[in-house]
Design a protein around this ligand. Structure first.
Ligand SMILES: [Zn+2]
Length: 69
């Protein structure tokens, strides 16, 4: 532990992280889920080994409806 932030991410990095979609909204950390959330498009981005995967292809929609599997 060397003073890293949630999910092992650098707080300074968290500050500049933004959704890769066109709105580029700031992301929120969901520590229990281990994900970064965009509140604008309701996408959740995984964090793997302390590296945020900010790819639309890798994101999942949190409120994708009731038929998701
Ligand atoms: Zn977004």
């Amino acid at each position: 532990m060397s003073g890293s932030g949630p999910l092992g991410l650098d707080p300074a990095l968290l500050d500049i992280l933004a959704c890769p979609d066109t709105h580029h909204s700031p992301l929120t950390v969901d520590e229990p889920a281990g994900e970064l959330l965009c509140t604008t498009c309701d996408r959740a981005f995984p964090v793997r080994d302390g590296i945020p995967v900010l790819l639309l292809d890798e994101a999942r929609h949190r409120n994708a409806g009731t038929t998701g599997a």
